[in-house]
Design a protein around this ligand. Structure first.
Ligand SMILES: Cc1ncc(COP(=O)(O)O)c(C=O)c1O
Length: 368
């Protein structure tokens, strides 16, 4: 055995014993109730054709950018696109990143400084935790969407505080009370950071702009791998924030910039979403139909992520397997990704799910 591999084996064995072993299966076949392609853009042939048409005219776009953006990987094209994005979102600046994970890693690792505190919602995405781990700031957690708990922490801190939330939470589709969060952060002079991965494209360009909070929010992360059907992300905020990341953000500085093809797809993505205004309405109708079938009430805003709880990893795995056998593409969310006892099926509703498919899913969910 290669030296050191016994340690790897031991760790993986422990994971298997705890029923937490992850593996790359073949993509689950069946009706898509799992992907983040909420608006069906990743599979939209008109959109694909437009991106393909532009890229086929400059085939070099398909290959590497040749360097970090601080060296040879920058271009007028990226800077113009960033300007266009900042205008659309009505913010002072946008900085493109290769993915949402990298955007959070960059932001949280380089902006909060030693002595600062980052107060995170307990359901925040892993990328924020990883970013905080690379920073010298302390990390405190508040109970999910609990403004009283957040206020308790804010009132205890006498240093610079950053508050990190998702506008729509990835694991259960709950909404952050953004307007109230902004008010609370203003009261305590804390800097609010909002991850819009699951809101962007569904609620306009995201809920920060939907509620006109751009000037009160310190930084917003939008990602392009979900409703836009592309890949990448942007950090939105002030020019000073952009300059700070360009100067101190290791994942931005020390990594080759993505290929031009990725940025071209994003540019088309913005144009396509701006044209296809009926898609979010169609999604909204489908979510409401699905919830009605389950006799669930719907608020003014509904999210495409719907969680169904089956406590225990074995339990939720069994339920997922039952559904997969019946031709549904669903995935179980296991602990420790979520808290023990909160294991769930994360069902994603899309524009392309038919009423018949949703009815079938609901009858399977209702089955013991
Ligand atoms: C809330 C949230 N933030 C960030 C990310 C990372 O985005 P990306 O997939 O573009 O790396 C995800 C994706 O899982 C997410 O759900």
């Amino acid at each position: 055995m290669v030296l050191g591999h016994d340690r790897l084996q031991k760790r993986l064995r422990a994971r298997k014993e705890a029923q937490l072993y992850r593996s790359l299966g073949s993509t689950v076949q069946g009706i898509d109730f799992a992907s983040n392609d909420y608006l069906g853009l990743a599979a939209n042939e008109v959109f694909q054709e437009r991106v393909f048409d532009t890229i086929s005219k400059q085939k070099s776009a398909l290959l590497g950018s040749s360097g970090s953006r601080l060296l040879t990987g920058n271009s007028k094209y990226i800077e113009n696109l960033e300007y266009k994005i900042s205008q659309l979102h009505q913010v002072d600046s946008a900085l493109l990143m290769g993915s949402g994970y990298l955007a959070n890693l960059c932001l949280f690792s380089c902006v909060p400084q030693r002595g600062d505190v980052v107060i995170i919602d307990e359901h925040i995405h892993r990328s924020v935790h990883d970013g905080c781990q690379l920073s010298h700031a302390r990390k405190w957690k508040f109970k999910h969407n609990d403004l009283n708990d957040l206020e308790r922490l804010l009132s205890q801190a006498d240093v610079n505080c950053y508050v990190a939330v998702e506008s729509v939470y990835s694991m259960d589709g709950s909404f952050a009370p953004l307007v109230e969060l902004v008010a609370l952060c203003q009261k305590y002079q804390a800097y609010l950071i909002v991850d819009e991965a699951h809101a962007f494209g569904i609620f306009g360009w995201g809920l920060v702009s939907f509620y006109h909070l751009q000037q009160q929010v310190f930084a917003t992360v939008v990602t392009y791998g979900k409703a836009m059907g592309c890949h990448g992300a942007a950090i939105l905020g002030s020019q000073l924030l952009r300059q700070t990341i360009i100067n101190f953000g290791s994942p931005f500085i020390y990594s080759t910039s993505a290929s031009l093809a990725q940025w071209i797809a994003i540019e088309h993505g913005y144009d396509f979403l701006a044209e296809q205004r009926e898609l979010p309405n169609l999604l909204d109708q489908n979510i409401r139909f699905f919830r009605q079938l389950l006799l669930l009430e719907s608020d003014a805003l509904v999210s495409p992520i719907q969680a169904f709880y089956y406590p225990g990893n074995a339990n939720v795995r069994d339920k997922a397997s039952q559904l997969v056998e019946q031709g549904m593409s669903v995935y179980p969310i296991l602990s420790p990704t979520v808290t023990v006892g909160q294991e769930r099926l994360r069902i994603c509703i899309h524009t392309f799910n038919t009423q018949c498919q949703m009815s079938e899913l609901v009858s399977l969910l209702n089955k013991e």
